[in-house]
Design a protein around this ligand. Sequence first.
Ligand code: NAD
Length: 409
Amino acid sequence: MQAFEATNYYFHQAAKCLDLTENIRTLMITPDREVRVEVAIELDSGRIGNFIGYRVQHDNARGPYKGGLRYHPAVDQDEARSLASLMTWKTAIVDLPFGGAKGGINCDPRKLSRGELERVTRKFIEKIHDMIGPHKDIPAPDMGTDAQVMAWIMNEYAKYEGFHPACVTGKPVEFHGSAGREAATGFGLAIITREMLARLQRTIAGTTFAIQGYGNVGSHTARCLAQMGGRIISVSDAYGAIVNPEGLDLAELDRHVAVSQKIVGFKGGDAITNEQLLTLPVDVLIPAALGGIFDRAMAQAVQAKLIVEAANGPTWPEGDEVFVARGIPVVPDVLANAGGVVVSYFEWVQNLQHFRWPLDQIQREEEARLVEAFRDMYDLAQRKGVTLRTAAFMKAISRVGRAKVLGGI
Ligand code: NAD
């Protein structure tokens, strides 16, 4: 099964509960537009580097397309399609006036110099500038991209279309970005985890966590949960994992990562494999790296009592069935990691108004939006006797469907 098929499987499960006709289902899952461009640059060595860039615009019934840009060797059209579709449902669940899109470049950013990364980014925007924009399609960071990449995008876009800071979100705070955007996905994850634990009569304090991936999302999630009293006992990155049953000292870990650029070698924990992290007997397991982690076998091997999906698409449908059968609740990606796009929305609004909001206001409004969306999803799941994921998709499909009907097909 491919990633887009997996996303559509979840869509169909919810569509069944909503009695949607086959025609409407096809209309809703088919992406509006898919673009594939060659991104050729001169590498530092003088050779030509040939990369392929993608942008998939899935649906804009509720507003401009919105979604991140991923730089990773596994990026392809199917993955972009799957992630674009997830964005349509995600922006609807948290009720933002956006649709869904996603894109990326098939490259390994760890092997590119800063100059090469900038040239790749500018060349990609040169190719797609006419299809993005503040009221068309607004990119943001995802795996392998960060605030600096977003700054280059804004600057390159301006060369063709003029000054429009709202053409991209996730920019540096001192370059038209928003306070709280960098930590927004991790902060939101911690809020959603708190809400879910409360439904299970638990608190973050006294709960143990393992987090796969220690990049933007994973590291901010870890810090927020630790600040709320959680014990982070294991984290990993692409090179390996570490564990300390007493709880990792995150400040020390961050100092280590700042120097060595990887978790491996940190003295405050024992080395384990990435696979071992996923099967640790923790209370909460948070996948915060790539998609497609939990297949049937891995879902059987998991010992955690709760999964909160920080990554997009970490659970294959067959893994999801195992979690359901084993009674392990899964808080789905489309809500769990929506904090990033919520604050991207606040950044977009601030840019359009040429105004700045303080951090406490951003976090208060992010929290309020996520808590409300979580309550809606949880209550619907209880009422209908469906999983949290199906409830989240039902909510989203209803909103997108209503917009399509009102706007006219
Ligand atoms: P990032 O590039 O900042 O970090 C990714 C981390 O995962 C790195 O630590 C990397 O070393 C690690 N990693 C890669 N392969 C791994 C493997 N096989 N095992 C363990 N670790 C591995 O990316 P990010 O922005 O933190 O995104 C992580 C996930 O969160 C992605 O699925 C992304 O789509 C999702 N997401 C990100 C945002 C955002 O605002 N950045 C918002 C919503 C969802």
